[in-house]
Design a protein around this ligand. Sequence first.
Ligand code: AMP
Length: 211
Amino acid sequence: MANIVLFGPPGAGKGTQAVRITESTGLPQVSTGDMLRAAVKNNTPTGIAARKFMDAGQLVPDQIIIDLIEQRINEPDAIDGLMFDGFPRTIPQAVALSKITQVSHVIAIEVPDEKIVERICGRFSCTKCAAVFHDIFNPTKVTGVCDLCGSSEMKRRADDNETTVLQRLAAYHEQTSPLAEWYEQQGILSRIDGDREINQITQDILAALIA
Ligand code: AMP
């Protein structure tokens, strides 16, 4: 069982790297943000409970997230491990995860605050394969067509606006960043400079995973 955690501020490139790590390792990507957005879209009780927090750029209460993860981890494709993207985001979430399964690597993608807003405002993703692009920093080769799977259905997130981003960044610093030290003390944290070319970052992440 090799569970990986992708850790970092909003806009650090976790989603972009997650797609690439899945290609290399075969580990399914589990994004609590994606799961919550699907729940909101389908108007499920979880979606209804989570929506106001997401719209405000605040973290969704821990128990909602832990329930989602407990269900996900029992699905058949989780047998060889999962790659968590955007989870855990608080110490109680990490403690809950440690009681369910073991984490082998935590990859912390580090990007300075001043770069976050410009990285988030302008990003969009493929609805089919989840590849992430950016109007300026990582445009598709053909406008409106996914480089990876060729789909022409792209989407932008409702919370990728400047006001919400600042709140999400504040939540990251207050509630999530203390987790880096928590995992560092366990000797499983690798810090990766995320303010570089995408391929270089992927290379360093894959090297950290086999170290
Ligand atoms: P993300 O797609 O990871 O940026 O998440 C989008 C939003 O979903 C966040 O701003 C939170 O409101 C919520 N969210 C996603 N994952 C978590 C989590 N692990 N804990 C709490 N809230 C979360």
